[in-house]
Design a protein around this ligand. Structure first.
Ligand SMILES: Nc1ncnc2c1ncn2[C@@H]1O[C@H](COP(=O)(O)OP(=O)(O)O)[C@@H](O)[C@H]1O
Ligand SMILES: O=P(O)(O)OC[C@H](O)CO
Length: 498
């Protein structure tokens, strides 16, 4: 039996999971440890994490998972890291001390910097080279903000005294005791600084943003050599052999290895990735072009649709409005909702992501009556996630063609909700496949690490091990499907117009 440890450093919590691998390609979870950590909101639209929290939760959950698995550190063949993407850190190479809190992907503070880039006419060039759009979501403008704001930071960066990284690079730096400053191609592809066509940091873009190249980590394959952990941390050195951003790791965990295969992860937000193989498809509908994974120096590309509010709308009903007790209760409430009411909720709490990219848009509820209550709101919340996914799939079908988009593999916390998944199948007119393994993100990181350590078979065998738990078939008639979707589009248009 071989053990692989996956670290999944997410937006709200850190998980460490010990997986077992067998020569036939099976990878199974054996023990898990999870810790939440505080979110910091220093100003409206700002979201930060304390870098020390990211690091300490990784150390504690890793130790706990190894203990719970009942194994010795020496039995762990490799570590795989997967992480919340785009979140930006800057630290001192000599001391390892961060210069600022991590600026989280959701943070909107660089809207003005983005406006300036757009006004200067840089968008077409940036999109062509990076596959991204100009939006505060990505790391590049966050890093510029840090260098502009922290006194002396740019001069120190030019002298090579500082290091930038997304969360993966921050963890690799700390795990290796500051010996390795590296990231993987999928995380690099989210910075707005990386040319996904030629696979290198783009000096011209860095020049435009005033980012010294000396700050940037080395970019490696997803199943690559990222050094070994400091022996003192876990009792013995463990090789780090797999790294990928969390949505890309989920794509691997869902075994979406063939062009046309599609997965969607429903956590806080929702991120749909369509494997486009070696083809770097440029979207006509403001989807992102990104790297799904990179093996043996060869990138496999994806089209990505990013929705900022999915499970978060359920959290809002629970923690903001206080009209539901648990996320799970939305299933029973939606089943019991009045079929005669047609409440539509547009959860544009922090603007709309793909395919609209309107950070200024705000949410609304339409169709309320005196009898509307928690049941109808719960149903509208779950439906909003289905409608937003349809927005993405409509765009993907036009960019890529329908082939492959007739089955969607789902995962993430909200994928456990049967009502939401049935509505998704109905409104998309697409079969929805929910896998037996729900920890798809960590599973993907574990598989990449096993591949990097030479203890896993190739993708074809891993793909054969993917197991279905339940398939949701569309049952809604075509006329109803279209009239409901038309109503959603009118609701979005109204929000965009206000
Ligand atoms: N049964 C459920 N029905 C609806 N939403 C759910 C359910 N279970 C979890 N969620 C939502 O899913 C999210 C948690 O999923 P998770 O994959 O852990 O997210 P993340 O990794 O972004 O923290 C929360 O926003 C929660 O409201
Ligand atoms: O941490 P999650 O699961 O909410 O994922 C966040 C994404 O990587 C942001 O791009």
């Amino acid at each position: 039996m071989t053990y692989i440890l996956a670290i999944d450093q997410g937006t709200t919590s850190t998980r460490a999971i010990v997986f077992t691998t067998d020569p036939a390609g099976g990878v199974a979870a054996r023990a898990t440890a999870q810790e939440e950590f505080p979110q910091h909101y220093p100003a409206s639209g700002w979201v930060e994490h304390d870098p020390a929290d990211l690091w300490s939760t990784v150390v504690r959950t890793t130790r706990a998972a190894i203990t719970r698995a009942g194994i010795e550190t020496s039995e762990v063949a490799a570590i795989g890291i997967t992480n919340q993407r785009e979140t930006t850190l800057l630290w001192d190479r000599a001391t390892g001390a961060p210069l600022h809190n991590a600026i989280v992907w959701q943070d909107r503070r660089t809207s003005d910097i983005c406006g300036g880039l757009r006004d200067a006419g840089h968008e077409a060039m940036l999109t062509e080279r990076t596959g991204l759009l100009i939006d505060p979501y990505f790391s590049g403008t966050k890093l510029k903000w840090l260098l502009d704001t922290i006194p002396g930071a740019r001069a120190r960066a030019e002298k090579g005294e500082l290091a930038f990284g997304t969360v993966d690079a921050w963890l690799i730096w700390n795990l290796t005791g500051g010996r390795v400053h590296a990231t993987d191609a999928t995380n690099a592809a989210r910075t707005l600084l990386y040319n996904i066509g030629n696979g290198g940091w783009d000096a011209e873009i860095c020049g435009i943003l005033g980012i010294p190249l000396a700050l940037l980590p080395e970019v490696r394959d997803c199943a690559g050599d990222f050094g070994t952990t400091e022996p003192g941390l876990f009792g013995r050195a463990i090789p780090i052999r797999g790294v990928a951003g969390d949505q890309q790791a989920a794509t691997v965990g869902q075994a979406c290895f063939s062009p046309g295969m599609l997965k969607s992860t429903y956590g806080t937000g929702c991120f749909a990735l369509l494997n486009t193989g070696r083809e770097r498809v440029t979207s006509k509908h403001r989807l992102l072009t990104t790297i799904a994974y990179q093996l043996d120096g060869e990138p496999t590309y994806a089209l990505e649709g990013s929705i900022f509010v999915a499970g978060a709308v359920v959290q809002w009903l629970r923690d903001g409005l206080g009209v539901i007790e648990t996320s799970q209760s939305t299933q029973g409430l939606a089943e019991a909702a009045d079929p005669g009411q047609d409440v539509v909720l547009v959860p544009a709490f922090t603007g709309l992501g793909a395919p609209y990219w309107r950070p200024d848009c705000r949410g609304a509820v339409f169709g309320l009556t005196r009898n509307s209550g928690p049941k109808e709101l719960a149903r509208a919340a779950l439906e909003s996630v289905g409608y937003q996914t349809r927005d993405l799939l409509e765009a993907m079908r036009e960019d890529w063609g329908a082939s492959g988009t007739e089955v969607l593999r789902v995962d993430g916390g909200m994928a456990a909700n049967d009502w939401a998944m049935q509505f998704l199948a109905d409104i998309l007119g697409t079969e929805i496949d929910r896998p037996a393994s729900t920890e798809t993100t960590a599973l993907g990181a574990a598989y990449l690490a096993a591949l990097g350590a030479g203890v896993a078979p190739g993708p074809a065998e891993f793909q054969r091990g993917w197991a279905l738990e339940r398939r949701f078939e569309p049952t809604m008639g075509a006329t109803e499907r279209q009239s409901r979707y038309d109503r959603w589009q009118r609701a979005v248009a109204a929000c965009l117009a206000v």
